[in-house]
Design a protein around this ligand. Structure first.
Ligand code: FDA
Length: 453
């Protein structure tokens, strides 16, 4: 066991921890970053699977994500646009395939009216929410007591309108069923992206990709930190008092003035604390849980849907794969579709054998794009639910009532221990942009403590 001394020990080499470590180093502090895995990046992971470059974790950059965009520029990384020319596909309840352009699905006129009215109402509510302090909204408690599903039922009797609006937050973002999280949590999700309209606009929210893959961000940040990043070093125990911490990982222990826990909040309680964290933290961490989604990658000899005039963008709240996009990799002449199977649907297909699951998922893709979708040359399912150091995807959210009750304390430091993660962000919540923002803010809080103004 090697023993080292640093000003700050950062636990977790995801985008958030590495950003915090970078900022602290720039300001002249010494750091050690302890990472459980044999790689950096956490939920950012670009890999070669059977000859195809795939983004197994996060990949898209939207125009409002200025912290991420600044980091990309700083690291000299370039972006490219997601392919989106052509018409989009929507499947109705009876499986009927309809095409559309723009954001509103081709549904009955009465349903379209309800969808537009719901989006307007949600935009108005979201405009009242400060994503950094959703619990401060005058109706926070009331909005946190009602599930998003129930809230939608109070707004319209049109089931297809409810299912579509529900899908944008439930299956597509928090990746939990709409009965499992509150209206306040849904409003935070939308407020974190600027508005509900932004969330439903795939051209906005899924705008750009990064050449070489988004994992380049943590890889390049870690490269600059050099030997201060320790891989295969899961932290098991954190000893602390008001004067400092000792982080005990496999093979290395770090004595430091401060610790940053840059891990998903569901993993905070996996570490033993001596003495234990205070009552409030022990309680609040139990009220957060990860969503669950399978990101499915299917690579074809050619992007055949483009020849049929399709953009590759497809949605249906009635399908196993509720959304899918053209995800062809920059410079690869082959075509890649990415699809998502969320929450209870993901539970369901994991009951099947891998072969049956693949068949069910490809069948769902074929409902959108036709029979050619059944025969990819590369097929891969990102399964973050079985990753010990993540345990779900995309991120963590509070249970009913948890955000109003505990949200304000989520990032409050405990003595020398600070907390940093995308799942604790306001703006950029659950996204890399949020991870970077919180990383910067956490570093600034530590610098303010060591260098009084
Ligand atoms: P992250 O979880 O990445 O990092 C935490 C690190 O801590 C991990 O490396 C982990 O191994 C480590 N760790 C945990 N416990 C430890 C311990 N005890 N000791 C040491 N290390 C420990 N975002 C986006 O902006 N655009 C997108 O398109 C997507 N899409 C997307 C798809 C999928 C499938 C996923 C899973 C996620 C996304 N996201 C996304 C979300 C985005 O990837 C995510 O918000 C950030 O990468 C999270 O970064 P953090 O650093 O906060 O946590």
């Amino acid at each position: 066991m090697s023993s080292i001394e640093r000003d700050v020990v950062v636990i977790g080499a995801g985008a958030s921890g590495l950003t915090a470590a970078t900022e602290l180093t720039k300001a002249g502090l010494t750091v050690a970053v302890l990472e459980a895995r044999d790689r950096v990046g956490g939920r950012l992971w670009t890999d070669d699977i059977d000859g195809a470059t795939l983004e197994i974790g996060g990949q898209w950059v939207s125009p409002d994500q200025d912290a991420l965009i600044e980091t990309l520029a700083d690291l000299g990384l370039e972006t490219y646009s997601r392919y989106r020319d052509g018409i989009n596909i929507y499947l109705g309840e009876n499986g009927e395939r309809r095409t559309f352009e723009g954001d509103i699905f081709p549904v009955a006129q009465s349903t379209e009216k309800e969808i537009v009215a719901l989006i307007d109402r949600l935009d108005a509510l979201v405009a009242e929410i400060d994503p950094e302090r959703p619990w401060a909204h005058p109706r926070a408690k009331e909005l946190d007591e009602i599930s998003f599903r129930r809230w939608l039922e109070t707004q319209t009797d049109d089931e297809e309108a409810r299912k579509n609006i529900g899908m944008f937050i439930a299956g597509a973002m928090l990746t939990k069923p709409a009965h499992a999280f509150s209206a306040l949590q849904a409003l935070l999700m939308a407020a974190s992206a600027g508005s509900f309209s932004n969330l439903v606009d795939a051209d906005f929210i899924l705008d750009k990709r990064v050449k070489g893959g988004l994992q380049q961000v943590p890889l390049l940040l870690a490269e600059r930190l050099g030997d201060d990043v320790h891989l295969n070093a899961p932290v098991r125990t954190l000893r602390w008092d008001e004067n400092g911490v000792t982080a005990i990982a496999d093979g290395v222990e770090v004595h430091a003035r401060f610790a940053i826990l840059a891990v998903p909040p569901v993993l905070i309680s996996r570490i033993s604390y001596e003495p234990p964290l205070p009552r409030r933290q022990q309680q609040l961490h139990q009220h957060l849980s990860m969503g669950f989604v399978i990101k499915v990658h299917a690579v074809y000899e050619t992007p055949f849907w483009r020849d049929l005039g399709y953009s590759g963008t497809a949605f249906s709240p009635y399908e196993l794969v509720h959304e899918a996009y053209d995800n062809s990799y920059d410079g690869d002449p082959r075509g890649t579709l990415v699809g998502f199977v969320s929450d209870e649907n993901a539970d369901g297909v994991f009951e099947l054998s891998p072969e049956e699951r693949k068949q069910r998922i490809l069948e769902s893709l074929s409902h959108y794009y036709g029979e050619q979708a059944l025969n990819p040359v590369v097929y891969y399912e990102s399964d973050w639910g079985s990753e010990e150091w993540t345990r779900g995807a995309y991120a963590a959210s509070f249970d009913m009532g948890g955000l109003a009750r505990y949200g304000a304390d989520l990032r409050k430091p405990v003595g020398p221990i600070h907390f940093s993660c995308s799942d604790m962000a306001g703006k950029g919540y659950q996204h890399v942009d949020g991870a970077i923002r919180v990383g910067r803010e956490t570093a600034a809080a530590i610098l303010a403590a060591v260098v009084p103004a």
